[in-house]
Design a protein around this ligand. Structure first.
Ligand code: SF4
Ligand code: SF4
Length: 292
């Protein structure tokens, strides 16, 4: 890994690292001497929840070690975004997690941000020894709970809610600013590539390891497979029902991986509650930013 980083450094690149955060302490000296990294690290909630859902295979210190590693990174001035996997059970304890962030003084750092991300239905249903959530969140209910708990205010704007940029788009719209309209849903359709350890290339995090969804290989040579990559990179939203939808330029056609898991096909049209999310956020953004 260090070889790749050194090569990138030589070419003037910086690195955005998405990690479970457990082994970062082993690299702290290197990170300290090479300020070219930023991190996204995932927590599944407070220690009692995280350690059950993401136990270390040997030690029982998963949450504690990751938490300490995030603290070390922040103290070194390294940008960290904490992703908090959220469902109807974990959101009940999110205030406690926020208290821990406050105790550590993380919310005062300019280079710290956190966001709640909705756990998909099938992950939420998984048996993990914790009480199962009474209900499954839809996307709009998830955002509603976030606003109801006033998490943005309590965290001084440091804890956001994953809403596919919809609130930012709406803020721009309501303030008459220029708008980043969407022709697709996410980077997986516009050129993102992920290298897996076996030599395959994917474009969506969620399907890494499902070989039929790869878009090419990078060993022994870098090669994008024309047919396979078309599925992700050559989707025309205009050929699907989305073209008639009034939200299409804000939504971009929904998450293709969601559609793959739901219908077995990578294609636009998995609404996942987007119209309700849009309406709810429109009201929220109006009340928060314009009415005042
Ligand atoms: S397709 Fe869906 S799951 Fe895959 S990267 Fe995009 S938003 Fe994430
Ligand atoms: S996925 Fe649904 S909400 Fe999104 S553009 Fe298509 S029809 Fe509209």
């Amino acid at each position: 890994m260090i070889y790749i980083v050194e090569k990138g450094k030589e070419l003037g690149y910086s690195f955005s690292v998405t990690s479970n955060g457990y082994d970062i302490d082993k690299y702290l000296d290197y990170i300290k001497d090479n300020k070219i990294f930023s991190f996204q690290i995932t927590l599944d909630g407070i220690a009692e929840i995280h350690n059950k859902r993401k136990p270390h295979y040997k030690n029982e210190d998963s949450f504690e070690k990751i938490f300490a590693n995030i603290d070390s990174l922040l103290k070194l001035g390294i940008p960290v975004v904490v992703r908090i996997n959220t469902d109807t059970y974990t959101i009940e304890y999110i205030d406690k997690l926020l208290e821990l962030f406050e105790e550590k003084g993380w919310c005062k750092y300019k280079h710290f941000m956190a966001y709640c991300a909705l756990l998909r239905k099938e992950i939420t249903k998984k048996k993990d020894g914790l009480p199962s959530p009474k209900t499954i969140f839809t996307q709009s209910e998830f955002c509603r709970s976030y606003y109801k708990k006033k998490l943005s205010v309590l965290s001084e704007g440091k804890l956001k809610c994953q809403d596919y940029n919809t609130s930012d788009i709406l803020k721009s719209l309501l303030q008459g600013k220029s708008l980043p309209y969407k022709g697709c849903f996410c980077g997986a359709q516009s050129g993102m590539i992920i290298f897996d350890p076996l030599g395959d290339i994917y474009s969506c995090w969620d399907v890494v390891g499902i070989r039929e969804q790869r878009v090419g290989r990078y060993m022994p040579e870098f090669e994008l497979d024309e047919e396979l990559s078309k599925r992700w990179f050559d989707v025309r939203i205009s050929k699907y029902k989305c073209v008639k939808c009034k939200y299409v330029l804000f939504c971009g056609g929904g998450c293709p991986s969601f559609s793959f898991r739901d219908k077995g096909r990578v294609e636009p049209g998995a609404c996942n509650d987007y119209p309700k999310l849009f309406t709810f956020l429109m009201r929220q953004v109006y009340n928060d930013y314009l009415k005042k």
